[in-house]
Design a protein around this ligand. Structure first.
Ligand SMILES: Nc1ncnc2c1ncn2[C@@H]1O[C@H](COP(=O)(O)OP(=O)(O)OP(=O)(O)O)[C@@H](O)[C@H]1O
Ligand code: SF4
Ligand SMILES: [Mg+2]
Length: 330
């Protein structure tokens, strides 16, 4: 059964280019993204920097309001429309572990305060003495010690701080944990430890995960199913193993080649030189609505039609493998 179903989610930001800030110009960060995550499933959202992963996740937890689309949670409530107490309850079920633990953990707070800052204002706040016991137990579960509650985040290493972030995400017993690049800022040796911790948590708690990463190989190892994003659109979705063995979309293939040491994922100067304003080296985000395939400017198989017409998702191979490319089957 689907825990959360996102349909046609969109978000654009006003483009502020300093002195030349122009009203009516936008960054099209997320352009009609749809996917669902089943109970106990780990769904990966993968793509290069700037493709809209964090924006999508932030809309899911309502840090950002979406411009369009719906977020159906379990019983069919559109979470994009929740207000007041219902929104508060929703936010207790869906938790977000931030991309950057160094910035998301307030250095002036003790670990106990960090862990309980959201909990304290929730409907399930049990009072300090129970919360302290629960927080100590969560710290132990994430590989730290209950005695660490009185220490400050700055006293911990990067990997330990990420454990604190994960503990904070778990404290209110969410059903969906969104992990946004939780290992990318860490040393490779520590990355494996954190991924193993998440696997343990997944098995122990039967949680669902939204796992956001730009490393397609790591995501293939960790996730049940993966959606590949490009310029704010989902371009391919499949079971992780199926995607790994038989990627269909030219962009997904490029991503896999890049991690195995083949083609560079980003051509020198970035993707936005030329028609979209010459933002060389900038993030790979659309600055206008793209009429055709989002990947057309970079695709070795592109033909005239690709620039005019948007490919819809279609089934490719085994059930649940879908791809948005006119030429994926060739
Ligand atoms: N609050 C904001 N205001 C303006 N633009 C934003 C904002 N948040 C994101 N963007 C822009 O939206 C686009 C998508 O950003 P997003 O952070 O979602 O990408 P991402 O896939 O998470 O990238 P990364 O892998 O670097 O974290 C980028 O061009 C980014 O600059
Ligand atoms: S639709 Fe066309 S441009 Fe887009 S990925 Fe397929 S072949 Fe390439
Ligand atoms: Mg991000």
């Amino acid at each position: 059964m689907a825990l959360i179903t996102v349909e046609n989610l969109k978000k654009r930001f006003n483009l502020e280019a300093g002195f030349f800030a122009a009203a009516g110009r936008y960054v099209y960060a997320v352009n009609g993204v749809s996917f669902s995550i089943a109970e106990h499933e780990t769904y990966g959202l993968v793509g290069e920097s700037g493709c809209g992963k964090t924006t999508t996740a932030r809309m899911l937890v309502r840090f950002y309001e979406s411009d369009a689309g719906s977020i159906r949670y379990r019983d069919g409530i559109d979470a994009a429309k929740l207000r007041g107490a219902a929104l508060k309850r929703y936010r207790e079920r869906v938790k977000y572990v931030f991309q950057d633990p160094a910035r998301s953990l307030d250095p002036r707070m003790s670990v106990y305060e960090v862990l309980t800052s959201g909990y304290r204002w929730s409907s399930s706040w049990p009072g300090h003495s129970t919360a302290r016991r629960e927080a100590a137990a969560i710290l132990e579960e994430t590989g730290l010690s209950g005695e660490d509650l009185e220490r400050r985040p700055a006293e911990f290493s990067g990997g330990q701080r990420q454990r604190i972030s994960i503990a904070r995400g778990l404290l209110m017993k969410p059903e969906l944990l969104i992990c946004d690049e939780v290992v990318s800022a860490l040393d490779v040796s520590i990355q494996g430890q954190i991924l193993n911790l998440l696997l343990d948590i997944k098995e122990r708690r039967g949680l669902s995960f939204l796992f956001i990463a730009h490393d397609l190989k790591a995501a293939s190892w960790f996730c049940d199913r993966i959606g590949v994003m490009y310029r704010g659109e989902l371009v391919e979705e499949a079971a992780a193993e199926d995607l790994y063995l038989k990627a269909r979309h030219p962009y997904t293939k490029l991503l896999f080649r890049a991690v195995s040491g083949g083609a560079a994922p980003v051509p020198e100067g970035g993707l936005q030189g030329g028609p979209e304003g010459g933002l060389r080296g900038e993030v790979k985000t659309a600055l206008a609505e793209i009429p055709g395939c989002a990947f057309a400017e970079r695709c070795p198989l592109a033909e005239e039609r690709c620039r005019r017409e948007k490919p819809e998702f279609r089934a490719a191979g085994p059930a649940a493998h879908r791809v948005r490319c006119f030429r994926a089957g060739e």
